[in-house]
Design a binder for this molecule. Structure first.
Ligand SMILES: Nc1ncnc2c1ncn2[C@@H]1O[C@H](COP(=O)(O)OP(=O)(O)OP(=O)(O)O)[C@@H](O)[C@H]1O
Length: 313
């Protein structure tokens, strides 16, 4: 039978506030993260992400609001919370002259119910480097070791602070796989990132923080009505060929013909039928929907023109 504690949310935040010298860094945030969820906090520099996360970790005091992590208040119950959470900071200070296995075992020793060190090392893909000294690891391998250290105590919740900053593309994809593996184990993951593709790939839900407030929250695919925006059709016509009747939209800045039809299927049928009849090539024909990055920019930059009709409803 499921224990009662399994039914509560991993993280619940109500009206959280925090100011530094009278200036609000977090100005009334509500947030809830379910157990087993991968949740991404997005926001520009200085938006209040780190402040929020460090309050959840018990490293910063809040000024106001309610915060619960597995039913515990991180401001009061840090000692009880510690074995339940693992933290991967942007840079950690593991002893560079220990081996990978020694490092993970050492950290495992701090926890009451650690995960077997070899299992943790396999999980982060460092099996081949088990007996290598930290000083000999590449940057990406050291980041994996940071994740291994955070996993040593077999926490239920992982905080990942910009987990792939500075990674090459293949290291990023490998790191993403580690996060997916953690999710498959039922772990809850709260990550901060500046990479929209990372949030799109990993997060079940995202929240965008701007100037200390949450300005949008939802799944990456539906954030701010992204899924309700009419897709745009784009293509380039050969020089001297006029757009067919009914498609006489002004060309986009890059010379593409661009329009957002009511009925995408019918419009494509008419356009491609017209092109076939006349032997015209529709160069670079594509259907474009606003990306998570488009939506993010419209939410966080008041001067940006939005990603499209209805995107930021
Ligand atoms: N210890 C501090 N003392 C004073 N001001 C602080 C302190 N920590 C953060 N701030 C301020 O609070 C605001 C929010 O900072 P925070 O570090 O939470 O933002 P962030 O979203 O994590 O930014 P980044 O993406 O750059 O890491 C910023 O204006 C920052 O200058």
């Amino acid at each position: 039978m499921e224990s009662p504690s399994r039914t509560i949310e991993a993280i619940s935040v109500r009206a959280l506030s925090k100011s530094y010298e009278g200036v609000a860094a977090v100005a009334g945030i509500d947030l809830s993260v379910a157990r087993g969820e991968v949740f991404a906090l997005l926001g520009p520099n200085g938006a209040g992400k780190t402040t929020t996360v460090e309050i959840l970790e018990g490293y910063r005091r809040r000024d106001g609001g309610e915060v619960s992590v597995f039913g515990l208040d991180p401001g009061r119950d840090r000692a009880r919370l510690k074995p339940l959470i693992g933290i991967v900071l942007q840079s950690t200070g593991v002893d560079r002259y220990l081996t990978v296995a020694e490092t993970v075992r050492m950290y495992a020793g701090y926890y009451p119910h650690p995960r077997p060190a070899d299992e943790v090392i396999d999980l982060v893909g460092l099996s081949a480097k088990r007996n290598s000294r930290v000083v000999k690891l590449s940057g990406g391998q050291q980041r994996r070791l940071d994740v291994a250290v955070a996993l040593a105590g077999d926490p239920e919740l992982l905080f990942l602070d910009e987990p792939t900053t500075g990674f090459d593309p293949s290291a990023r994809h490998e790191a993403w796989q580690i996060v997916r593996d953690l999710a498959a184990l039922g772990k809850t993951v709260l990550l901060t990132t500046h990479y929209m593709d990372e949030a799109q790939q990993l997060a079940d839900r995202v929240a965008v923080i701007s100037a200390g407030r949450i300005v949008a929250e939802g799944t990456p695919d539906s954030l701010a009505g992204r899924d309700r925006v009419r897709p745009r059709v784009r293509c380039r016509l050969p020089g001297g060929v006029a757009a067919p009747e009914g498609f006489a939209a002004a060309p986009a800045a890059d010379g593409f013909l661009e329009f957002a039809p009511d009925d995408l299927t019918a419009a494509l049928h008419r356009l491609t039928g017209w092109a076939i009849d006349r032997g015209v090539e529709l160069e670079g024909l594509q259907i474009v929907r606003p990306s998570l990055e488009d939506v993010y920019l419209s939410l966080t930059d008041p001067t940006a023109s939005g990603p499209g009709e209805g995107a930021a409803r």
